[in-house]
Design a protein around this ligand. Structure first.
Ligand code: CA2
Length: 146
């Protein structure tokens, strides 16, 4: 059975490649999505990519993934540092989830050092730019095959 993975990008990541290239790189979200789809093909994963600026929508997508997806890659963006609701949704579904950040959140402002998501994530990748998504898919593929 082909494993199904949902890639969720949170608020403001639709601005990638347009502003702040020093922090977030030059790739657009469309380019990152295309890379995730290509990587999915290579790893024989069925990958679907979505972006939203709304916290509740992230919770709804995580809940809807229960029984429909085998794993999640999530960049919660700014909600990483504020959202108990997203953390609770992740705990509620119990799916393997890799948290991804483009930038190294630990090398930035103090308020970015803590993520509510990290303690309930299967793993966390940060500071590796867009490659983080590729590595997250690889980690999920390995885990789901086991
Ligand atoms: O490094 C990451 O991937 C972050 O999740 C990105 C969030 C930030 O709040 C987190 O602390 C770390 C911000 C996403 C905003 O994306 C932009 C992209 C281009 C221009 C402006 C913002």
């Amino acid at each position: 059975m082909v494993k199904r993975v949902l890639v969720i990008n949170g608020p403001n990541l639709n601005m990638l490649g347009i502003r702040e290239p020093k922090t977030y790189g030059t790739q657009t979200l469309a380019e990152i999505d295309a890379m995730c789809l290509a990587e999915g093909k290579r790893l024989k994963l069925q990958v679907e990519c979505r972006q939203t600026n709304r916290e509740g929508e992230i919770c709804e997508w995580i809940q809807a993934a229960y029984g429909k997806k085998d794993g999640i890659v999530l960049n919660p963006a700014g909600y990483s540092h504020t959202s108990v609701a997203i953390r609770d949704a992740i705990s509620a579904v119990g799916l393997p989830l890799i948290e991804v950040h483009l930038s190294n959140i630990h090398a930035r402002e103090q308020f970015r050092h803590f993520s509510y998501v990290s303690a309930v994530a299967t793993g966390v990748i940060c500071g590796l730019g867009a490659a983080g998504y590729r590595l997250a898919l690889e980690a999920l593929a390995e885990r789901l095959a086991a």
